[in-house]
Design a protein around this ligand. Structure first.
Ligand code: KG4
Ligand code: ZN
Length: 348
């Protein structure tokens, strides 16, 4: 079965074609970074207008790269939740039009669950069967959640951020340090420069209550703000531009350590709740972070579980994860009608 997947939840127009739950024939991602960078963040109206212009050329390109035509498509999957509603609507409308005109099944896919499934792309089908029960961590610009996963589609959320998503914290700290948009990868680069000292600042790692699996990043972000600009009422206000390169590197590295430590702390608590855990699956934009990738590797090795983490291009938003998780859902008999809605919030 060949599934055409569409992803337009935020600022990437993406289309992929999957021929199994873990393998893709093509995956095209058209990023809108250039359009949003001058505003320092995604402008929803610009994003949806751009999706509208890009969606059909991206569908054509994905089919061309896969060497297929519309007649070869057996089903259509689309990320229909969560996301910016105007952006989601473009993908959902395109998916409905394709499914209806081809007379093929349609299925809606949860974008956050798909980020987790991205960890399994390129795995062989047997590996997917034997990977569960698994502990899942989704770390993106909009979500930070920990899951117990009984299968790719049966996820129970054990905890989530109570304020900022970790990717949002990376982006905000990058802005505080004067780094260009998108902030996360630039901050990772700065923190990885030779000489960056992660012990220069002891930023707070939120624990919440002793058995909580929730996360919080707003205190960490404020601590970085005070380290850069001075504590209001105590220090003379300072500008980020007054920092030396070494000070900027040290702040970036110390922040990155605190953010990743907070994630690992909760994974340590969460793995105790997953009986017979076989796999740690990590997905979402922040799974591209070099420190998180290293630490997750160590965590999995020490706990005797297999680490699944996406290759770099499948960490951030893409349609390969939508097409492949769509494949799983369709195999299980899931079908949606032409009344499928674009839903801005997540189900869990
Ligand atoms: O998954 P994604 O593409 O979009 C959402 O669903 O939100 O994630 C984007 C987020 C952004 O916050 C971006 O700064 C962050 O992922 N990100 C990183 C890195 N690469 C992307 N954060 C830290 N280190 C990175 N290397
Ligand atoms: Zn995403």
């Amino acid at each position: 079965m060949r599934v055409l997947g569409i992803e337009t939840s935020c600022d990437e127009t993406a289309v992929a074609i999957a021929d199994s739950p873990t393998s893709v024939l093509s995956s095209v991602v058209l990023s809108q970074d250039d359009l949003h960078s001058e505003y320092g963040g995604v402008v929803p109206e610009i994003a949806s207008r751009q999706h509208e212009q890009a969606i059909l050329p991206v569908v054509r390109e994905a089919m061309k790269r896969a060497g297929v035509t519309l007649a070869d498509i057996d089903a259509v999957a689309v990320g229909n939740r969560p996301g910016l509603v105007g952006s989601l609507l473009v993908g959902v409308s395109a998916a409905k039009a394709l499914a209806w005109s081809l007379g093929k099944p349609l299925v809606g896919v949860d974008h956050v669950h798909a980020h987790l499934h991205a960890a399994f792309l390129a795995a062989d089908a047997g590996a997917l069967d034997s990977a569960f029960p698994a502990l899942g961590l989704v770390v993106s610009g909009g979500h930070t959640s920990v899951y117990e996963c009984a299968s790719p589609t049966r996820l129970t959320r054990l905890g989530a951020t109570i304020d900022d998503a970790v990717g949002e914290a990376f982006d905000k700290v990058a802005t505080i340090l004067g780094l260009p948009y998108p902030g996360g990868p630039n901050l990772d680069r700065l923190a990885s420069e030779p000489g960056a000292d992660e012990r220069a600042h002891k930023f707070p790692v939120s624990r919440l209550s002793p058995d909580s699996l929730d996360l919080s990043f707003s205190g960490l972000k404020t601590a970085v703000l005070y380290a850069v600009r001075g504590v209001p009422g105590r220090d003379e206000p300072r500008e980020a531009s007054a920092l030396s390169d070494q000070q900027r590197r040290d702040i970036a590295a110390s922040f990155q350590k605190a953010a990743v430590d907070a994630l690992l702390l909760k994974l340590g608590r969460a793995i105790e709740r997953v009986d017979d855990c076989r796999t740690l699956a990590v997905g979402g934009g922040v799974s591209a972070n070099s420190r998180l990738r290293r630490e997750a590797e160590v965590f999995a090795r020490e706990r005797g579980v297999t680490l699944r983490i996406p290759e770099m291009r499948n960490c951030v938003d893409n349609a390969a994860m939508i097409a492949c998780l769509g494949h799983v859902l369709l195999d299980a008999g899931r079908r949606d009608g032409l009344d499928l809605e674009a839903v801005p919030t997540t189900a869990c």
